[in-house]
Ligand binder design. Sequence first.
Ligand code: DGP
Length: 140
Amino acid sequence: MHDDADCIFCKILRGEIPCITLWEDEATLAFMDINPANDGHALVIPREHAKDVHAVSEVAISATVLTAKRVAAAIDAALKPDGINLLQCNGPAAAQSVFHYHMHVLPRYEGDDLKMNWGMRPGDMEAIGKFAERIRAELG
Ligand code: DGP
């Protein structure tokens, strides 16, 4: 499986950088975003390194979408947001900042006024951990 020495998400997959894990299986990992655009913001990545939608394999993208669906259901049950965006960015102009294909599972709340390129600010890690506990409880 392709792995990139310098990729931050590959480092998370290798356990070199910590993350707040929500779900893992043989093909994917789901974890909390450390720069959450909203409460409960999660990411899903394939284990296979590929920089974007053009490079990712059909097997890896399929597994990522299935895990994103599972995580979205858990977020919906745990946090009861008003909506959820599943979205992913390709290229700097589309606001991609980490070049390892990934899907955002982004809870939406009425009036949150989130724009497509939401900008990054560090989250409160304790609060993120608490949201993760609630989502994990729904993942079983
Ligand atoms: P994008 O802009 O679509 O490439 O999204 C990358 C996301 O990854 C962004 O929302 C912030 C998040 N992120 C960046 N570095 C880390 C990290 O080291 N850990 C975690 N959990 N998330 C990260």
